[in-house]
Write a protein that binds this ligand. Sequence first.
Ligand code: NI
Length: 141
Amino acid sequence: MRLELTRRYALAASHRLNSPHLDEAENERIYGKCNNPYGHGHNYIVEVTVSGKVDPATGMIADLGELDGYVAREIIEPFDHMYLNKDVEAFRDHVPTTENLCMEIFERLKQFPSARLVRIRLEETGRNSFEYAGQGDGDER
Ligand code: NI
């Protein structure tokens, strides 16, 4: 019996959309006010979905406390109340769009030991969300 478990987390962070691959005028044209020099913030919602067998002894896929601890260490502590462009190594030369942030979160959580990471859904605003399920390299657990 395989089920999916989704847990929601909240994360506040700031960023500036400015690509090193584009010149100043292109950055301004493409990103608009998201290119403003001093950045802006979002209250992101991160949904983490894992799957696995239901343990017959506990009746659970994974211990929520263990998942919370893992997400806190890998995502919340390094990202919450940070300026993503400078405080997160991966975004120093990589534009921190929500697409890229969603993939970065997936990469950081995919080693969760107690259940298989299925997907990350990242909400940037009430109107935008992104989902990433990895490259499908067959890590079936
Ligand atoms: Ni933004």
